[in-house]
Write a protein that binds this ligand. Structure first.
Ligand code: AMP
Length: 299
């Protein structure tokens, strides 16, 4: 079983109170696809400009990503810059340059259209819908989004929600989507918009799944030091979807286990700038932390 990931393939300029790093490999699809690659064969759909460094393509290759759906277009790569506050939970977007994704209209390679698992990582909802239009009967479709699209593309996002199985978003986005600050109260309202499964991410406080079987509460892996949380949400959903695509069995059980695998994968992302730490780990490192986390919640 394998996975399709569409989203941004970006250059990120990230500033924390302790360091500043320009033009790192980033983007929702980069983080999600590399996280997923620890678990399953992953196919990337995205667009980069002619300024995209060769070494980043090599990094995708090193993780075994199928790049037939990655287009190199004339122009600038999507560029995001952000700055974190001292507590590392709050961040401000300083600038977003859409570049080549502004007019990007992907045509999927034929082999991609039959992939069973689809991750519509954070990108414009119209683009997420465009990819979904080309898929033939996927087994499970998950979408991620962010406040920008809730602000400027609410209608296309609401249309998309009717076509997906699961929505993953953070607590403030959930509050914004249904105008309800209480996460537990917001979740049933999100189900009414379409998705049968809703996962709300709460940063260092873990995540909550709401499904037809009820709620599942998952912790985050506890870290002593966060270097840069950029891409943690994407790594979480990438790890989760990679795990789902690779496992047999009932969906609810797989989702719960996948959330734990995704949480642990995201913990590595937070320990380095951009993808620097994630790019250095092995599957065994994830397995070891999953074991530790499992022990921490056993009572
Ligand atoms: P996260 O920290 O999980 O919210 O993801 C941050 C990543 O999302 C960065 O690598 C950015 O390049 C990417 N990103 C930032 N803004 C957007 C946007 N408007 N649409 C899609 N991806 C974005």
């Amino acid at each position: 079983m394998s996975l399709l990931v569409v989203g941004t393939t970006a250059l990120d300029s990230i500033k924390t109170p302790y360091a500043e790093n320009p033009r790192l490999l980033g983007g929702s699809a980069s983080h999600a696809a590399i996280a997923a690659s620890f678990f399953t064969k992953t196919h990337l759909v995205g667009a980069v400009g002619d300024d995209f460094p060769r070494k980043y393509i090599n990094l995708y290759r090193k993780h075994g990503l199928n790049l037939d759906g990655l287009q190199q277009l004339a122009g600038q790569t999507f560029h995001w810059s952000g700055e974190y506050e001292v507590n590392m939970n709050n961040r401000q977007t300083l600038d977003t340059v859409l570049g080549v994704i502004e007019n990007f209209s992907p045509t999927l390679p034929a082999a991609y259209t039959k992939l069973p698992y689809v991750l519509l990582a954070n990108i414009a909802p119209d683009l997420q819908a465009n990819v979904l239009d080309q898929m033939r009967r996927p087994k499970f479709v998950v979408a991620d989004t962010m406040d920008l699209w809730l602000n400027i593309a609410r209608e296309p996002l609401l249309k998309l929600l009717k076509r997906i199985d699961c929505l993953v978003l953070n607590d403030s986005e959930a509050a914004q989507l249904v105008e309800e600050d209480n996460v537990i109260a917001a979740m049933p309202r999100i189900h009414k918009l379409g998705p049968k499964y809703v996962i709300v991410k709460k940063g260092e406080h873990g995540s909550i799944l709401s499904s037809p079987k009820g709620l599942f509460i998952a912790p985050a892996y506890p870290l002593k030091k966060v270097v840069d949380p950029t891409g943690a949400g994407d790594s979480f959903v990438g790890g989760l979807m990679g795990y789902l695509a690779n496992q047999q069995g009932g969906l609810e059980k797989k989702l719960r286990a996948g959330i734990i695998q995704g949480s642990v994968t995201a913990s590595f992302c937070c320990e380095g700038f951009g993808l620097q730490k994630t790019a250095r780990i092995k599957k065994a490192d994830i397995t070891k932390r999953v074991r530790e986390l499992t022990r921490m919640v056993d009572w």
